[in-house]
Write a protein that binds this ligand. Structure first.
Ligand code: HEM
Length: 394
């Protein structure tokens, strides 16, 4: 419903023909009057112990925005901004326009929108003093594989926006940016995409731009395993987590030259189903001890999954990845890659050992280069009377 059909569409074309340049307009769909059952009507509850952007499966479109607090910011400024962003998230996630929204029509299809807020060390110190800053909340140690650029790194505040509708993401992003005026300045913005809603059966693991099934080893949302990896248990961050965002360039041109055997060897999984090289189906457990007829490991010791998998289960992370594919800038070539997000209760205990092992030896390093890096504390969720950050700001 709401779409021109049959004779109406024909009439549209006829009107358009008479109207010259506006022909295409006349045949466009009108506003939908019945949203029941549409993915656009899908909402996540903003309130709760945790922020919904961590507890829900990520939308097809994602935007990550980092802001800096201007010199001279005081605690009251941060509180004001958090109240504004909380109000934005609360309204937009329910499908309503933001306060004083000049385009509330752009908010009517949340399509699973989540707006999630995190803080860098400066914001935490402003809110609660330096003793409130977790020891892991700082730039990551240097890794030999890094070629980091300032324009994709660090930041005092993070806003992460996910939805299946790119128009909704763009609108939410603008509301959040407008509300930050005079309180914070945008430092960087990174946008990415996953498979569109409806393109694949629900529950299908996404593919990255190397064509690999990416995300298999993640635990199911809402499982005990997920909770154990992700949630901080104590202090003002209880119910929150930490987030590392690595922007990783992927060399699609040289990857193109690698044959299928080389590609599968680099990861330790097949390209078609994502099954481990020792198994049949995507979710079969890899057997790292299995050897071939000549006695060589079937999954290479320097394959990505062998290096990335911690022997100690308490060091596991939850990955949240978006593809990106950006236009050339000046004389630079186009850049594609992965916005590699990692959620964990403790960056130093979980993320860093994995990244260290990968930096030391990982076949994928031949075709991948981290060019951005940032670490944030993802705030706990809030109640209907509260606001994001109130566990430290009040
Ligand atoms: C697994 C790709 C970067 C940690 C995988 C898998 C693929 C993949 C295809 C196998 C399927 C799966 O379980 O998801 C990539 C690509 C990267 C990248 C293309 C860079 C562009 C990273 C980084 C880290 C990481 C930076 C962490 C520092 C992991 C972990 C697993 C994994 C922990 C699961 C291992 C297991 O327990 O089986 N990755 N990855 N990856 N990756 Fe990555």
């Amino acid at each position: 419903r709401g779409f021109l059909t049959g004779s109406a569409a024909a009439a549209g074309v006829a009107v358009g023909a008479a109207g010259g340049a506006y022909a295409a307009h006349a045949a466009q769909p009108g506003p939908a009057t019945d949203t029941a059952g549409l993915n656009g009507a899908r909402t996540h509850d903003f309130h709760g112990t945790h922020q919904a952007g961590v507890t829900s499966s990520p939308g097809a479109h994602g935007a990550f925005l980092a802001f800096d607090l201007p010199a001279g910011s005081v605690k009251d400024d941060l509180r004001r901004l958090m109240r504004l962003w909380t109000d934005d998230a609360r309204r937009l996630m329910s499908g309503a326009g933001a306060l004083a929204d000049t385009e509330p029509e752009l908010a009517t299809a949340p399509a699973g929108l989540t707006v999630t807020v995190g803080w860098g060390p400066k914001a935490v110190a402003l809110a609660g003093g330096s003793e409130a800053v977790p020891s892991w909340l700082r730039p990551l140690p240097d890794f030999s594989i890094d070629a980091l650029e300032d324009r994709w790194s660090d930041g005092d505040l993070l806003v992460m926006i996910h939805s299946d509708d790119p128009v909704t993401v763009s609108h939410a992003l603008r509301m959040v940016s407008k509300d930050a005026t005079n309180l914070a300045t945008e430092r960087w913005r990174q946008t990415g995409f996953r498979q569109a809603y409806g393109s694949h059966p629900s529950g299908t693991t996404m593919r990255n731009l190397f064509g690999q099934v990416d995300g298999t080893a993640n635990p199911p949302l809402a499982s005990d395993d997920f909770a154990a990896r992700v949630w901080i248990q104590d202090g003002w961050l209880a119910g929150g987590t930490s987030f590392v965002l690595r922007r990783i360039r992927m060399e699609l041109d040289t990857w193109d030259q690698v044959d299928r055997i080389g590609r599968e060897n680099a990861v330790g999984r097949t390209v078609d189903t994502g099954a481990p090289l020792t198994g049949e189906a995507e979710h079969d457990e890899p057997d790292f001890d299995a050897v071939d007829a000549r006695g060589f490991p079937i999954i290479s010791d320097v394959s990505h999954i062998r290096r990335a998998r911690p022997d100690d289960p308490s060091q596991r992370i939850v990955r949240l990845a978006y593809n990106y594919d950006d236009a050339p800038r000046g004389n630079e070539p186009a850049e594609a890659g992965l916005l590699f997000g990692s959620l964990q209760a403790d960056v130093d205990a979980q993320f860093v050992p994995i990244q260290r092992r990968l930096a030391e030896a990982d076949l994928l390093n031949v075709w991948t280069t981290p060019v951005g890096s940032a670490v944030f504390a993802i705030l706990p969720g809030c109640t209907e009377d509260g606001y994001l950050g109130d566990t430290l700001l009040d």
